[in-house]
Ligand binder design. Structure first.
Ligand code: THU
Length: 142
């Protein structure tokens, strides 16, 4: 699974977004060390707060199926019915969720319509709070 393929999976996942309230659709594709890819899309709700981002759907699908050794994630987003934005930035909450399971060098691919930018988790979440800050023997070091 190369970077371009993972970005394409994120674009496809975006087409399954349920975003009738914001009109903004997001897709994510998370590659695990096992080689398995978990995709996610944003899923909104009439009560608003139960809405969930695409990245967290992908992460929680993976963790709930016993996979938490992540290699990289591709993300893309944009106005519903339009091409993805050139560079879609994941929200702060999703960056924090990734920091629970990933090291600083974890790769985040920001997929545009037909290219992508490569960032590390550290670049997107500098001075991030991680399981090591709570207890070095827990979380991702386990
Ligand atoms: N959204 C995501 O799915 N991921 C992000 O990182 C940022 C925002 C979703 C949430 C909401 O459904 C829509 O995009 C507009 O904020």
């Amino acid at each position: 699974m190369d970077d371009r393929e993972l970005c394409e999976m994120a674009r496809q996942a975006r087409s399954r977004a349920y975003a009738p309230y914001s009109g903004y659709t997001v897709g994510a594709a998370l590659l695990c060390a096992s080689g398995r890819v978990y995709t996610g899309c944003n899923i909104e709700n009439a009560a608003f707060s139960p809405s969930v981002c695409a990245e967290r759907v992908a992460v929680f699908k993976a963790v709930s199926e016993g996979n938490k050794d992540f290699l990289k994630i591709a993300v893309c987003g944009g106005r519903s019915g339009q091409a993805p934005a050139e560079s879609f930035p994941p929200c702060g909450v999703c960056r924090q969720v990734l920091a629970e399971f990933c090291k600083k060098d974890f790769v985040i691919l920001l997929a545009g319509p037909d290219s992508f930018e490569k960032k590390s988790l550290e670049q997107l979440l500098p001075l991030g709070f991680s399981p090591d800050d709570v207890d070095g023997s827990k979380g991702k070091t386990e």
